[in-house]
Design a protein around this ligand. Structure first.
Ligand code: ATP
Length: 453
């Protein structure tokens, strides 16, 4: 059965410790969530998988981790101060506020009134005071995307780790947007994480790279366990494009609440590097950028043959960690009917994403020999496996299996009386529920072959 709702996912997340409402004991704060013991593992695994595919599996991308607080000049010249806004309107009847493009039939979603104001732009950036003096001039923004500090570090990265074009700089981390109406669990929140790549290419090669990256990103989401038929490409119409974009393709996923954006892949042209570059007049910048930037850097590369300075174009695949988490959870969640008329909930996560890779379960909670052997096995496997191996000593095998099915543990290893005699253990597979007896000397190789853990 796979006709679950968002409430089923929210409930699983809370019950098993994936996600909690932030500041819940004080009534929460809208649009903020905390990741619990299992959530942090799954989230880290997802980010690690992205990082590996971007940085380790290729040689043309470098990673950075930049500051969240951002000098306002960066966001002035990037165009965010003027244009990073959503259309806001008020309902005159119930005084609620809504994002105009999320309203159907010109009616207030709260009270149904049609007495609405005209939409006006509402800037989504959070501001905060910096330093001890609060005089209105000493402020910074919390970054609304991780991308800008990639552009501002362009020269630092190239000077320290030279690359010819095309090459990329990747970053993952927090971004903040004062969303007018956060909703749909972790889908639209005010504090979230992004995984962004800025891939710099020669002007003229941008359209081909845009297509390449769209294909690569679709493949990657499939590798994370998202069925290809749940993903759709949306070619953003010209009048909906962000101020920096020449073309954007959104990867859309069928969430429980509808088809919505999981990742955006934009052709940002030479807009950003051009905006932050000193001496714009001497360079060929195709995008319309604010002139006379106060930046003191020339974010351009010199063609070794022609000696001409080029401001590269940039292709940006920008994915949301939280939206990815939700999509993966939604794909993995299923309820199976068992023969005895009972159900089991299974999270069919790919092993590389599973929060717990392996549970070691002693058959008897209080049997000293079995518990000791279990602990030894756990310690041995934990040394070898990247990711968490858990000693699950509840004394109830059936219950432990159900729990680990529900949280997506690919396999459980049970230690019983025979294990003490002959060093063999029962490995139980989450998906098929089949059990195999494996010797201690072979267990590592067995797990590697079967689960790649
Ligand atoms: P939307 O149209 O849904 O508001 P966007 O087009 O503004 O999204 P981008 O600026 O393209 O989003 O950001 C890149 C990615 O960051 C998105 O594809 C999404 O995965 C993630 N993201 C953006 N805003 C949020 C948010 N408020 N909460 C969670 N993730 C977000």
């Amino acid at each position: 059965m796979n006709n679950h709702t968002m409430e089923d996912l929210v409930s699983l997340c809370k019950r098993r410790g994936f996600i909690f409402q932030s500041n819940e004991i004080y009534g929460g704060l809208q649009g903020l969530y905390d990741y619990g013991p299992l959530g942090v593992e799954l989230k880290n695994n997802l980010k690690q998988s992205w990082w590996k595919s971007m940085i380790y599996d290729r040689d043309d991308i470098e990673g950075i981790d930049s500051s969240i607080l951002t000098n306002p000049l960066v966001l002035k010249y990037s165009g965010h101060e003027d244009t990073f806004s959503d259309p806001l309107l008020d309902c005159r009847n119930c005084n609620s506020r809504w994002r105009a493009d999320h309203i159907a039939d010109n009616k207030c979603p709260g009270c149904g009134s049609e007495d609405l104001t005209d939409p006006r732009p509402f800037n989504l950036m959070f501001k905060t005071n910096v330093g001890p003096v609060e005089d209105g001039n000493s402020f910074a923004y919390l970054r609304p995307e991780t991308a800008q500090n990639i552009f501002t570090n362009f020269k630092n990265v190239l000077d320290s780790t030279p690359h010819p074009l095309p090459f990329g700089i990747a970053q993952m981390g927090k971004a903040f947007r004062n969303e007018i109406t956060p909703r749909n669990f972790i889908f639209r929140v005010r504090e979230f994480e992004q995984m962004e790549l800025e891939f710099f290419v020669k002007p003229g090669e941008d359209e081909e790279w845009h297509k390449n990256w769209t294909d690569l990103r679709l493949d990657w989401w499939e590798d994370q366990g998202i069925a290809r038929d749940k993903l759709e490409l949306y070619h953003v119409p010209r009048d909906e494009l962000a101020h920096y974009s020449k073309a954007t393709v959104d990867i859309m996923y069928k969430y429980p609440h509808g088809l919505e954006e999981l990742e955006g892949i934009a052709n940002r042209t030479d807009f950003d590097l051009g905006s932050h570059t000193k001496g714009q007049k001497e360079l060929k910048i195709s995008a319309k950028v604010e002139e006379n930037t106060q930046s003191n850097a020339k974010l351009a590369v010199q063609d070794l043959e022609t000696k001409e300075w080029i401001v590269p174009y940039v292709i940006e695949p920008s994915a949301g960690v939280d939206r990815g988490f939700l999509a993966i959870l939604n794909e993995a969640y299923r309820i199976e009917e068992l023969e005895d008329n009972k159900n089991r909930t299974v999270l069919g996560l790919k092993p590389h994403l599973a929060p717990i890779k392996l549970a070691v379960i002693p058959l008897k909670k209080n049997d000293e020999n079995i518990v000791k052997a279990s602990r030894e096995l756990k310690n041995k496997l934990q040394q070898a496996i990247a990711g968490r191996v858990l000693l699950e000593n509840t004394g109830n095998i059936g219950k432990s299996y159900r729990k680990h099915d529900e949280i997506g543990t690919p396999a459980c290893i049970t230690v019983d009386f025979q294990s003490i005699e002959d060093n063999t253990f029962t490995v139980r597979d989450r998906d098929s529920m089949t059990q195999e007896r494996v010797h201690l000397d072979e267990v590592r190789e067995f797990l590697l072959q079967k689960y790649n853990i």
